[in-house]
Design a protein around this ligand. Structure first.
Ligand code: ADP
Length: 378
């Protein structure tokens, strides 16, 4: 951690489905790939740890060299506004949050328990996606529903991608050579999942995802916020089950649902260029949703000093950045086309005399997790 240099990166894909594989990359070495049946997350973790100590492809001799493990945990509920060392109580709280994040927290728990079993004496740290947004004021996070639903069931806005919004907003202040306490920043995390955050004086004061990561702007396969009456309409008038509606909103909507082409932005951009009208419409809706959210957050903070783009789309697609910002120039910025042509690097893309600065900042959630972990086990 003294150099913050990453020694190895790895990924396990298609757990529990056909074609599962592990890839591991070490600088200066050939990519290590294991194609084998990976039944569950516990087996996946075991494979990851074995790959780390593999005599030919690994980077360490034994697991004793690992001082701590940082885990990304999606939902920490209202209990955690910062990362924490995991003990039995913390693990139980993460399990208690399964009802709030049924897709994400169970594999997080499996990952933690598998590591605890394989490395019983190594400290584990949980870094929550929801933590950074715990500074939101009540008027931003309470839903306009009967208040008892909040008190009894915890129905409220939690917000997600917090580690990313925190990283890029703090990195921006560093790059601008300003104190984050003096800045009003809008961060746009645009990947498969998309969310924006209003970061005022270093604190998240609002964010677009809500009770779950389904709310907010349109995404690859998720609808984002829509009139909730659509749900009862589909159930009552057209015989949909709740499970079907859930699947529709989470997996078949958004850019995929409108375009009918793909959830992958590259495919949709290509289809639009070839004249596919629904692909073009999908993109226009996406730009519009993000644009109006930016405008709302400028209003929420009483102004904006800088806008940041990050994640797969935000870091790589210059056309998307340009189209989103079209019509917002009245806030006081001009985009420099040449600077905006970059991909995946830290870059100011507004002109030097621009009142509001616009930046691309690649996110680095792994580094944030590593930093918090190192800090907590010291
Ligand atoms: P996740 O939310 O799963 O972490 P990413 O941040 O990797 O996702 O973002 C994935 C999205 O980024 C996909 O829609 C992909 O098409 C898009 N993307 C990646 N590279 C480009 C590019 N060069 N141009 C446009 N979109 C891109």
């Amino acid at each position: 951690m003294s150099t913050e240099k990453s020694l190895v990166q790895g990924l396990v894909e298609r757990i529990g489905i056909e074609g599962s594989l592990l890839t591991q990359k070490v600088e200066g070495k050939e990519k290590y790939v294991i194609n084998e049946d990976i039944k569950n997350h516990k087996d996946a973790i075991k494979l990851v740890l074995d790959a780390l100590v593999d005599p030919n492809h690994g980077v360490i001799k034994s697991m004793d060299e690992i001082s701590a493990v940082g885990h990304r945990v999606v939902h920490g509920g209202e209990k955690y506004s910062d990362s924490i060392l995991i003990d039995e109580n913390v693990l139980q709280s993460i399990k208690d949050c399964i009802v709030l994040a049924p897709l994400h927290n169970p594999p997080n728990v499996i990952g933690i328990e598998a590591c605890m079993e394989l490395m019983p004496n190594t400290p584990m740290v949980a870094v929550f996606d929801t933590a950074f947004h715990q500074t939101m004021p009540k008027h931003a996070y309470i839903c306009p529903l009967p208040y008892e639903l909040y008190e009894k069931y915890g129905v409220r806005k939690y917000g997600f991608h917090g580690t990313s919004h925190k990283y890029v907003s703090y990195k921006l202040a560093e790059v601008m050579n300003k104190d984050i306490k003096d800045l009003k920043i809008i961060t746009c995390h645009l990947g498969n999942g998309c969310s924006l955050a209003a970061v005022k004086n270093g604190k998240s004061v609002d964010t677009s995802m809500g009770f779950t990561p389904l709310a907010g702007v349109m995404m690859g396969t998720r609808s984002g916020s829509i009139d909730p009456s659509v749900i009862s309409f589909l159930v009552e008038q057209h015989g949909y089950t709740i499970e079907q509606v859930d699947e529709l909103l989470n997996k078949k909507s958004g850019v995929l649902g409108i375009s009918g082409v793909s959830s992958d932005f590259r495919d949709v951009l290509a289809a639009s260029e070839e004249g596919n009208k629904r692909a073009t419409l999908a993109l226009e809706i996406f730009y519009y949703k993000v644009r109006t959210q930016i405008a709302a957050y400028a209003g929420a903070m009483g102004g904006v000093d800088a806008i940041v783009f990050t994640a797969g789309i935000g870091e790589n697609s210059s056309i998307t950045r340009k189209e989103i910002l079209k019509g917002l120039e009245f806030f006081g910025f001009t985009i420099n086309d040449e600077k905006n042509s970059i991909r995946g690097e830290i870059q100011e893309i507004s002109n030097e005399d621009s009142k509001v600065k616009v930046y691309v900042i690649p996110t680095n959630e792994e580094l944030m997790i590593a930093r918090d972990t190192a800090k907590l086990v010291k």
